[in-house]
Design a protein around this ligand. Sequence first.
Ligand code: G4P
Length: 285
Amino acid sequence: MNIQWYPGHMTKAKRQMQEDLKLIDLIIELIDARIPFSGRNPDIRTMGNGKARLIILNKADLADERLNRKWMEYYKEQGAQVMLTDARNRGSLKQIQPLIQEACKEKIERNLRRGIKNKPIRAMVAGIPNVGKSTFINSVSGKASTKTGNKPGVTKGKQWIHLNKGLDLLDTPGILWPRFDDPEAGVRMAFIGSVNDEILQLEELSLKLIEYLCERYSGVLKERYDVDESLESAKILESIAVNRNCLAKGNEVSYAKAAAILMDEFRSGRLGRITLESPDEVTEK
Ligand code: G4P
């Protein structure tokens, strides 16, 4: 399954972000904790080389706790400032101020040497579509100011959010990159809802998800849908359709409806906390 999605507005957004780099001190890079490696946009990773950076592994509440810890270690070992968050929960963002201070230590010290005190840190919030940027900004600022929505790729204008905590945030549109070299990366981004569903074959995608879950999280599908996981994936999808009463015209079993249910329940965490990749595999690669 080869998924590619790079609509024109993302090229424009990337160009704008590159221009805005001169306005900021820090990049706050949000990565989905369920795909902490393949969901990291290489264009954002290499953007603003030399700028301070804070990595937020967001939607950690939907990801596997054991792997959350491993991914934290992985990024810390690379010298990054990193934290796990559930952006909907302000409590999980408590450590953000000390981490920002740490990430921007050099800049703050330089300012102090020049007699500049309390200058707000200006941070760009960046990440792929649907990773939770707007939710994150709303939680950090305590306001429902930015637009959130689950349709990836919704274009937003440039938006600064001035907080009275010595922090200014620059919201940016979610961007992907021109080519997913690893086809698995495209599939994983589609699993978590960062690729527009309208360009996807949801049935085919759901078969891939079934394969993945049977291999890595055995028992999850059995528990949720009472299906026999030893069957081939198309049969499992059919069983989900039957068990959930998914019918099309003429009372035929609807694979499309079952696929939509499976994708939705996976994305919203109703299948449990699932992470699609581990640092060990990445190191091997
Ligand atoms: P974006 O700006 O990066 O595109 O993402 P946005 O904040 O719009 O978030 C996309 C969806 O992800 C929203 O759900 C949001 O509530 C959810 N979300 C964001 N952060 C987290 C998190 O840490 N954990 C969980 N579980 N969900 C998170 P939605 O269904 O599209 O909208 P809503 O019904 O919540 O308003």
